[in-house]
Design a protein around this ligand. Sequence first.
Ligand SMILES: [Zn+2]
Length: 278
Amino acid sequence: MKFVSGISCSDRNDRGLWFIFSRNKMLYKKDGDKVTVPRLLSPSELGLITTPPVYLGQADGVNCWTAEFIDTEDNTADCSIFPENTDLKNLRELYPLLGDEVFSLAGRALQLNNWNNSWQFCPSCGGPLDNSSEERAKICGKCLKPYYPVISPAIIVAVTKGDRILLARNLRHAGFKRFSILAGFVEPGESLEETVAREVDEEVNIKVKNIRYYASQSWPFPHSLMLGFTAEYDSGEIKADGIEIGEADWFSADNLPEIPPHGSISRILIDNFVKNNS
Ligand SMILES: [Zn+2]
């Protein structure tokens, strides 16, 4: 799919792809076993009332829009008013059903929809924000300050020691036995390499070297940009911080614990380690 980002639509008279959300849930169409995004002239076609839509651009020449479903007494999110072959589901759960490309587009839609709904007033002077006609930004009607969609960069790193990889169990997922590679948000003033070194040191007490960028992935829950790295062990003994990380250890490719499902950059980095070490 070829997607071209845009901020204004030159021809609204076609059936566009509509990414309609109720918080993190997205409206989808069931077509037998297939799950698709509704092609509509507007949400009113389904009898839905929404916030003013945000234009996303064109996917293979088709206009794409996003809007938030307004939950009122006449317009409830309990699905009972939706046409029979449509439903609402958390976007995370729709991932395997939508496939990589449509999920990526839906993630873009979710972030821009949330940004559009939550950024209504200027944080500096309280003036109303209007959409810029020149770029993906909002401009304060009073003090003219521009504001851009919020994106939070986070690193994720596969640390190796010879033919073993460092995997950790996160305490946020209590009861889960799943292990993954380490991750953390970038702090103001840091380079990405400094974030990698700090996070690994803070979470498991290990110093790393040969930090290298691998690939990135947008993660729309709520607005992260995951920047994937590889690094090599330099010194230290593993000691889980007990706050974020419950346990951590070195694992060989033929003896991995439960790891994240396919699709996430953590899994891509772990699969890459396995490929290089088996
Ligand atoms: Zn202002």
